[in-house]
Design a protein around this ligand. Structure first.
Ligand code: ATP
Length: 451
């Protein structure tokens, strides 16, 4: 009998992630590096499955999407023209005693004040009026802006002309290739360019596991539309986003749409919806969908003096297309999937932790074991079954460590949907194996050929 309870806390998920080889703190042997995380063997597999599903649903299965993979380090003019050099900033304040630094809006949020849409001066005023102190109980300084881009230098000199940045978003690498793709493929409007890849933000205070990291991965689409028809594409993309979240196995009732009010939107955006998710840390942004008008392409056109116009086929009608941008963060998707999967239940009186990943996301699909590892004939047969399954499914694990009960517990914790055990009946009897279901813990005997 399976009795379910849930104890899905951040600490439990972080602990499982480390214990079972999903995600480790970055540079851990040297004391760590705040805001960086390393994926272990199972984390890589889970993350890849999440990213590949996205690529399949948003690129491979569609006619209107084109993939690109741009360089992370780009000409500094990209970031000047996009406004990132001047305005990609967060408000920073300091504990006046121990000089720890904080994001002012997060200090307010933690004190129960919504700082969305406030100017920096308004935030400082709210801190003063309400007597809000640093988490260490000391007075806070006035705020200043802090640019979140990591600066680097390209080449052997390091002067103003060699300055570049680690990209803080993948979007600009899409915009700078818009013209190339139009010239090569001449797609009909609307069409999109999609990219997956690393982004870097020197977050003032990284926190909440991988939710706010300094190095993370994004999956972004810039969808180019005729300005008269943006609403149709916006609604269609919103539907596609929900279909993807469903395929990730995220429960509907934990997904929320936040219609971002005008005063909180970027000045160029006519409509933005943040998709929020009930994470164990609370309701927070999972991804964004923004109608960005022609802001980005016009910036490029004005600063590069190259035309970004699109000509409607067979006509003389030319215009700079408008853009709708779905912007997903991979780490937040991983965290949402892990938190949705995390389950504690009781099987015949014994407590277990089980990660109920949808099968297509599970890092390991089958675990194969000989009942006893000191019986060569069982091991040989199990190896044979392992090879057959591995050829078919790839993500198959050989597991002969500890007794069967221990193996099941371990496979439950990494979310393996099927455990296959080879016993004496397999070799002496009818050639069947035991296959155990992760969620129900039911065991059946099936023929090897039916696996
Ligand atoms: P937040 O308000 O939470 O800082 P944002 O509005 O700055 O996020 P965007 O610039 O819209 O985020 O980035 C798009 C997506 O990239 C976000 O929805 C999120 O999934 C992801 N993302 C942004 N910053 C981080 C980060 N520091 N760590 C992990 N993912 C991030």
């Amino acid at each position: 009998m399976v009795k379910k309870s849930t104890n899905e806390t951040m600490d439990n998920i972080i602990s499982l992630a480390k214990r079972r080889g999903f995600i480790y703190p970055g540079s851990d042997v040297y004391g760590g590096l705040s805001g960086t995380w390393d994926y272990g063997p199972l984390g890589v597999a889970l993350k890849r499955n999440i990213m590949q599903l996205w690529w399949k649903m948003f690129v491979d299965d569609r006619e209107d999407m084109y993939g690109v993979d741009a360089a992370i380090i780009m000409n500094q003019k990209v970031w000047q023209a996009s406004g990132h050099v001047d305005t990609f900033v967060d408000p920073l304040c300091e504990d006046t005693v121990n000089h720890r630094r904080f994001r002012t809006d997060h200090i307010l949020k933690d004190a129960g004040v919504d700082a969305e849409g406030m100017t920096m001066e308004q935030m400082d005023a709210a801190i003063e009026e309400q007597g809000i102190k640093s988490p260490d109980g000391n007075p806070l300084s006035k705020s200043r802006t802090f640019n979140m881009m990591f600066t680097t230098h390209v080449g052997a000199s390091s002067d103003a002309t060699s300055v570049s940045y680690l990209r803080p978003e993948t979007a600009q690498g899409i915009f700078t290739n818009y013209k190339n793709v139009v010239d090569n493929f001449y797609p009909d409007l609307p069409f999109g360019l999609a990219q997956q890849g690393k982004a870097f933000r020197n977050e003032i205070a990284p926190r909440d596991f991988i939710f706010r990291s300094r190095e993370f991965e994004q999956m972004e689409i810039e969808y180019f539309v005729n300005p008269d028809e943006w609403e149709v594409s916006f609604d269609a993309l919103l539907k596609d986003i929900h279909a993807y979240l469903e395929a990730l196995g995220l429960p509907q009732d934990r997904i929320h749409e936040l219609e971002v009010p005008e005063q909180d939107r970027a000045h160029y955006s006519k409509r933005t919806i943040d998709i929020e998710y009930d994470f164990p840390i609370g309701k927070e942004e999972l991804l964004g969908l923004a109608y960005r008008t022609d802001f980005d392409l016009m910036n490029i056109q004005n600063n590069s003096a190259k035309s970004m116009e699109y000509t409607i086929k067979g006509t003389n009608t030319k215009f700079v297309p408008h853009v709708i941008e779905p912007s997903f963060g991979v780490e937040r998707a991983v965290m949402a999937v892990m938190s949705a999967a995390y389950t504690e239940d009781e099987v015949n009186g014994e407590k277990r932790i089980v990660m109920k990943f949808p099968e297509h996301l599970a890092p390991v699909k089958y675990a194969v074991s000989p009942l006893l590892k000191n019986k060569p004939e069982l091991v040989a047969k199990a190896r044979e079954v392992y090879q057959i399954l591995k050829k078919e499914h790839g993500a198959v694990m050989w597991d002969d460590n500890g007794n069967i009960g221990k193996r099941y517990r371990r496979q439950d914790e990494i979310g393996t949907p099927h455990c296959v055990v080879i016993d004496f009946e397999t070799i002496e009897g009818d050639g069947t194996v035991t296959i155990r279901d992760r969620d129900t813990t039911e065991q059946r005997r099936v023929k090897i050929t039916e696996l």
